[in-house]
Write a protein that binds this ligand. Structure first.
Ligand SMILES: Nc1nc2c(ncn2[C@@H]2O[C@H](COP(=O)(O)OP(=O)(O)OP(=O)(O)O)[C@@H](O)[C@H]2O)c(=O)[nH]1
Ligand SMILES: [Mg+2]
Length: 432
């Protein structure tokens, strides 16, 4: 296997850059840059030279022999001055060596996985942690990185394997009638597992939202101040605001942080009967997006919140806009004024309270479709085993349990499906 190297820090210039080298030959780094070898795991100051014995840089270097390293392989770190030229020289010099090459995306983490340092859910957790932008994304990713999801899946899998070993033992004594208590006990355990899995699948929507953002859509008649609100909240003029009705046509998305929750906030076209084709398309888009949302804000400046075409049970929050104008509002809606900066903080609190209520009781969440699909497949195998007659066909029951255990195992440790591995690790940044 090649020895790989890459900068573990950003591609731009910076105070320091860390070049990480991992692989069998990594400990040859001192020889490659003509400096005296250093004690393992001790940060040491060294001067690096190229093949003409010209100085490349003064650096802090650390040798980390495997397997006690991040990838499980021999690792060598060079902390250079954060210059693009120095980095390039180091790369060029390393690349001349046989068996050395620049790492692909996520390749360090992939090697850590292949060497059993982490499981796949932890690898995904690392990537989510790097990409986390809000407090709740941080919490969820760090839990997954620490192995909470891995532990939960391992428990389920072990339970299934245990039940399967029981069944296998019974197969060996197949002449004897299966005692009824054993079957009842067995089914009780399976049902309990299925219940746990079901509740995890149910809360996975929340897990995915924590990762990707909760979708909140602003709806309302034209000119009620939808675009003004999104501009105010994002602190930018993302949307055009005019006195004209029907200003906004397309959906405008901004990514925001509401009290630690990642939010994708959508501004939409004002809803009205119109002969304009463009506007009609915009209105349809608005309604479609609202239907896919976790929360809908219905804005009105005159107390009319009625949207006949909106037929979803999604939670709606009514917002009375332009409260500075003191217009009639039927006593409905949270009053806000973008003009006077009033009521918006309170509105955000109401939104955050609602999002908090969506949180499932369990803290360990399935955060990807891949996890959900695996658990669904495992569940259906377990359900199938429940409908099989244990006494007559214990082999079929054992086979279903085997399938269920494999499906769960695949979530944490796919080892033979290179394609899925690449799909996961290609989402990493270079150098990770
Ligand atoms: N007095 C007052 N005027 C406001 C307030 N918010 C928005 N407006 C005005 O209302 C008008 C319409 O605002 P927009 O934000 O464009 O309304 P919209 O709902 O996006 O309108 P469409 O895109 O046409 O559907 C503009 O002239 C804004 O300046 C407010 O809090 N108070
Ligand atoms: Mg608008």
């Amino acid at each position: 296997m090649d020895t790989i190297f890459s900068s573990a820090t950003t591609a731009q210039k910076s105070a320091i850059k860390i070049i990480r080298i991992s692989g069998k030959e990594a400990l040859k780094t001192p020889e490659i840059f003509s400096f005296k070898p250093t004690k393992p795991r001790v940060a040491t100051f060294r001067r690096l030279y190229d093949s003409n014995k010209d100085i490349i840089d003064d650096a802090m270097v650390i040798s980390l022999p495997g397997p006690a390293s991040v990838t499980g392989e021999n690792v060598f770190e060079i902390h250079i001055h954060g210059s693009i030229v120095v980095e390039k020289k180091i790369y060029e010099h390393l690349a001349k060596r046989r068996g050395f090459r620049i790492a692909n995306r996520g390749e360090f983490t992939k090697r850590a996985f292949l060497n059993g340092k982490i499981d796949l859910t932890q690898a995904e957790g690392i990537n989510d942690l790097i990409n986390a932008e809000t407090e709740n994304q941080f919490k969820s990713s760090i839990l997954q990185y620490e192995g909470a999801l891995y532990e939960k899946l391992k428990l389920w899998r072990n339970d299934i394997i245990f039940l399967r070993s029981k069944i296998e033992a019974l197969i060996d004594f197949s002449d004897e009638e299966l005692p009824e208590e054993i079957e009842t006990e067995f089914k009780k355990k399976l049902l309990c597992l299925l219940k746990d899995m079901k509740s995890s699948i149910k809360s996975s929507n929340y897990g995915e939202r924590i990762r990707n953002g909760f979708i909140i859509t602003i709806l309302g008649k034209p000119n009620v101040g939808k675009s003004s609100l999104i501009n105010y909240l994002s602190n930018k003029n993302v949307a055009i605001v005019t006195e004209e009705e029907g200003t906004t046509r397309d959906i405008l998305e901004v990514f925001l942080d509401f009290g630690g929750f990642p939010i994708i906030l959508n501004d939409t076209a004002g809803l009205r009967k119109t002969s304009s084709n463009v506007e009609k398309i915009g209105i349809n888009r608005a309604l479609n997006r609202a239907e896919k949302s976790d929360l809908i804000l219905i804005l009105s400046d005159n107390g009319d919140y009625h949207i006949p075409d909106l037929k979803v049970a999604t939670k709606k929050i009514l917002v009375h806009t332009k409260s500075d104008l003191n217009k009639e509002c039927n006593g409905k809606g949270y009053k806000i004024s973008v003009k006077n900066h009033e009521g918006i903080k309170e509105l955000l609190e109401v939104i955050v309270d609602h999002l908090k209520k969506l949180a499932p009781r369990e803290s360990v969440l399935l955060t990807r479709k891949r996890h959900v699909q695996g658990i669904k497949k495992a569940s259906s195998a377990l359900k199938k085993s429940l409908t099989t007659n244990f006494g007559i066909n214990p082999e079929l029951v054992a086979e279903d349990l085997r399938i269920a255990a494999t499906e769960i195992g695949n979530i944490t440790n796919i080892i033979d499906v290179e394609e899925i591995l690449d799909d996961i690790f290609n989402n990493f940044c270079i150098g990770k």
